[in-house]
Design a protein around this ligand. Structure first.
Ligand SMILES: Nc1nc2c(c(=O)[nH]1)N[C@H]1C(S)=C(S)[C@@H](COP(=O)(O)OP(=O)(O)OC[C@H]3O[C@@H](n4cnc5c(N)ncnc54)[C@H](O)[C@@H]3O)O[C@H]1N2
Ligand code: MOO
Length: 417
């Protein structure tokens, strides 16, 4: 047993690994696909395998600016060989003549190596005297020639269904001449904030009011997750208005996400309407921040109710909703990459919940990973997220951690960075 393990820790809380499994089982990859122009394809997920219709490279070409020649013409008993220049091959302007014995052609990087020539010497290892080109030895047969189909042959699959189109894939698609691709349609997510204390940014705050920050942090996360965001504002505390808003959201989106109203506080209408209009259950998760979380179906849409506390809503989105969106948009599930780092500041922790403390990860002069917390870890302290570049993941039943101990860190990925 871990020295800090607490046998009285609440067993009724759902472990996040179990929660993620349960959630993933309830969502499917979207069946909606569309064709997009390559120039707009970034961030989409491929809905089909793609094979190249051409060889890569499509022709033998030079990797250097220099001279192409026949390797057999080199004088193996000498330290150099002089050849006669008979033409040139520039990128886009191939040599139109025929290879001759004891000849060479001027060639540029990317230009076709004409049939009959097999080797290129870079120009820094040559001497030029009019039409006489002296090749310094050694030269290796085939040097500096990029052979036709050495990367792949026509008919080879290059990209697969489920691949996210990043900058590299944009380039690969262009390399094989594809101008349009079939992708999974973006998942549409409708979002509400709930809470009578919330005011829009740009307005004055009356006593007891705060700005609606979750709408913006969650919008940022959704944008980073490549989904289509439908902003439905702050939900009013009026029963029929709430009902109409939820029905509208479920009709126009694949997923409805809300923030607030998932804890045990005095009931607003949200829970009642969710149970009337859909099948929603309210969970208590063994995570901090982010204990309360709601999940279910609202019409045909998936419903995720994030806790209102600003850090909790970001963390539950990142840990629970984002994997669902990934699955829905056709991406394979990937486990988070974690590292061990030396903790520089002690951490206080009650056993009972997995904690995602916000940390700053760095590398010291010896190349070792070190981490500090960002300071206060309250689930309302949103600056802890913006100061951080990683989570410090603390196990459910562990207690305090001393400075100098090794801890598990999970660097933020592109969604949080
Ligand atoms: N008796 C208990 N109280 C609470 C428990 C509990 O187990 N028993 N759990 C706590 C935990 S943990 C969390 S997390 C919160 C979650 O509460 P709700 O999801 O019901 O959210 P609210 O009560 O509406 O708000 C919580 C907090 O966050 C602020 N908030 C809400 N929405 C926004 C927004 N869009 N932008 C910025 N800030 C927002 C709100 O003003 C509150 O301060 O419940 C604990 N309570
Ligand atoms: O989950 Mo709550 O987020 O601990 O404050």
């Amino acid at each position: 047993m871990h020295p800090n393990q607490d046998p009285c820790a609440k067993p009724s809380l759902l472990h996040p690994d179990e929660a993620i499994q349960q959630l993933l089982e309830q969502v499917n990859v979207t069946t909606n696909t569309e064709v997009v122009d390559l120039s707009h394809a970034i961030g989409y997920v491929l809905a089909e395998d793609l094979a190249s219709s051409i060889d890569l490279p499509p022709f033998d070409n030079s990797a250097m600016d220099g001279y192409a020649f026949r390797y057999q013409d080199l004088d193996s008993t000498a330290s150099e060989t002089t050849l006669t220049l008979i033409g040139s091959s520039f990128a886009g302007h191939p040599f139109s003549g025929k290879a001759q014995p004891n000849s060479c052609i001027r060639i540029m990087t990317g230009a076709p190596v004409p049939a009959g020539y097999d080797t290129v010497q870079m120009q820094e290892k040559t001497l030029t005297n009019g039409e006489e080109i002296t090749i310094s030895h050694p030269a290796k047969l085939g040097a500096n020639v990029r052979h036709r189909s050495e990367e792949l042959g026509a008919g080879t699959k290059v990209l697969y269904k489920g691949t996210k189109i990043r900058a590299a894939e944009m380039g690969v698609l262009a390399t094989i001449g594809i101008s349009q691709v079939r992708v999974f349609s973006k998942i549409k997510v409708a979002f509400f904030s709930t809470g009578d204390e919330l005011r829009p940014v740009g307005s004055e705050l009356a006593p007891g009011q705060i700005y609606d920050s979750n709408r913006y942090s969650i919008q940022g996360l959704m944008t980073q997750a490549n989904v289509e965001w439908i902003d439905l504002g702050v939900i009013k505390d009026d029963k029929e208005a709430i009902r109409a808003a939820f029905i509208k959201a479920a009709n126009c989106a694949d997923m409805v996400v809300t923030s607030g109203g998932v804890s045990v506080g005095d009931a607003d209408y949200t829970k009642q309407i969710l149970s009337e209009e859909g099948t929603i259950s309210f969970w208590k998760l063994a995570i901090k921040p982010g204990k309360p979380f709601a999940f279910g179906k609202l019409g045909d849409a998936i419903f995720c109710g994030l806790p209102g506390n600003p850090v909790s809503s970001m963390v539950t989105f990142y840990k629970l909703v984002w994997p669902l969106l990934n699955k829905m948009q056709g991406l394979p599930q990937k486990a988070a990459i974690t590292y061990q780092a030396k903790l520089l500041t002690p951490i206080k922790k009650q056993p009972g919940r997995v904690e995602y403390q916000r940390g700053v990860l760095s590398q010291n002069a010896q190349g070792e990973l070190e981490v500090t917390t960002t300071g206060g870890q309250g689930s309302g302290m949103l600056t802890s997220m913006s100061l951080a570049n990683c989570f410090i993941n603390l196990e459910q039943f562990q207690g305090d951690t001393d400075a100098g101990d090794m801890v598990t860190v999970e660097p933020f990925n592109h969604v949080l960075s």
